[in-house]
Design a protein around this ligand. Structure first.
Ligand code: SF4
Length: 353
């Protein structure tokens, strides 16, 4: 069991973040936000995949003007991602949006930031206070020489105190760097000093394969330490891929369960079936199943009996055949040709139960 850090609640629309709420899964669209149809199509696909809050880029006026329609039709709360421009921020706040993300470091005008926060308070709009290694304030770069973990944490604490000093508390903080160790350290420093909820992730993690590993290590370590109230995995890939990876990280740490967990052996010289092919087919077919199920697919009896007992359903393979287990009990012997279909039929039955 992971002891999660105690944080205060923040609401983005009807989604609660922090204060013991389940860790919230986020992603970001990669469409042009002013292309309302394409953006809404992507939001709908992401929501179906398990995304609970969506962020959209708002670089220009035409994007801010599109928000109203997007917010009205989105099945999940929408956060506008705003950089540099207070004008775009004010325009976005008129749309009914549920949250905005601001990096105060790249607006760097306390008067304007205060005005934005007052407007957010009036309209009950949450803010994500972002600190990124790529947009740290000059004074901290001068003080530390580079965007160190200490510099990132100091920036986040400084702006959090500023937000609170103007009476604004409905915010969470993200401290992101692409360096995993720096990211972990910065979040830990911040987490020890406040109860403000944290949005965690490794920014610009890279393409799907490498980026998922980097994210799993960085996010996984923080989550294991109890840090993190909402997560985004940032990949140079389809955002739907990000959602899958977040859930796999959360599932591995037993923090949230969604869909099928597959336990399969790495295979060795004892193998007598084409196990990689069986696992690939089962994984593809089960992608759409939402029910949390643990499926064990093991190459031989060495570990199969133990794993099958722990799993909801499983295959213990042998010579061109397998024993199909359900809740630890062998229910039938199946040939190599029929094992995928038999397993899927049984899972279908369980899904309907
Ligand atoms: Fe090898 Fe059997 Fe272990 Fe698979 S379960 S790795 S086939 S010993």
């Amino acid at each position: 069991m992971i002891n999660r850090r105690k944080t205060r609640p923040v609401y983005v629309g009807n989604v609660k973040i922090g204060d013991g709420a389940p860790i919230v899964v986020q992603s970001m669209t990669d469409t042009k936000t002013h292309d309302i149809e394409a953006t809404l199509n992507q939001i709908n696909r992401l929501a179906k995949a398990g995304c609970e809050i969506i962020r959209v880029a708002v670089p220009r006026e035409e994007d801010a003007l599109a928000l109203q329609e997007i917010v009205k039709n989105s099945p999940i709360p929408v956060i506008g991602d705003i950089h540099f421009s207070p004008r775009i921020a004010f325009l976005s706040l008129e749309s009914g949006i549920h949250g905005i993300r601001l990096n105060p470091g790249n607006i760097n005008d306390k008067g304007k930031i205060k005005e934005i926060l007052q407007e957010c308070k009036k309209k009950n709009i949450a803010v994500r206070l972002g600190v990124n290694s790529g947009s740290l304030e000059e004074r901290l770069l001068e003080k530390y020489g580079y965007p160190s973990a200490e510099a990132l944490a100091e920036s986040a604490l400084y702006w959090s105190e500023f937000f609170e000093s103007v009476g604004f508390t409905n915010f969470k903080v993200s401290i992101k760097g692409s360096d995993v160790l720096q990211n972990i350290k910065a979040n830990k420093i911040f987490a020890e000093k406040t109860d403000i909820p944290l949005h965690i992730g490794i920014t610009e993690a890279g393409p799907a394969g490498r980026g998922s590993i980097k994210s799993a290590v960085g996010i996984g370590i923080l989550l294991y330490e109890g840090i993190g109230d909402t997560v985004r995995v940032s990949l140079t890939a389809d955002p739907e891929e990000e959602i899958k990876v977040v859930y796999q990280i959360l599932q591995a740490l037993d923090l949230r369960r969604k869909g099928v967990e597959i336990v399969s052996c790495p295979t060795c010289g004892r193998i007598e079936v084409n196990l990689p092919e069986v696992v690939k087919k089962v994984e593809e077919k089960l992608e759409a199943v939402d029910k949390p199920l643990k499926v064990a697919i093991m190459g031989c009896v060495v570990n199969a009996i133990g794993e099958a007992k722990e799993a909801d359903i499983g295959l213990a393979c042998g010579n061109k055949s397998a024993i199909l287990f359900k809740k630890g009990v062998p229910i039938k012997r199946v040939s190599e040709e029929e094992m995928v279909e038999e397993l899927l039929n049984e899972i279908q039955r369980m899904d309907n139960e």
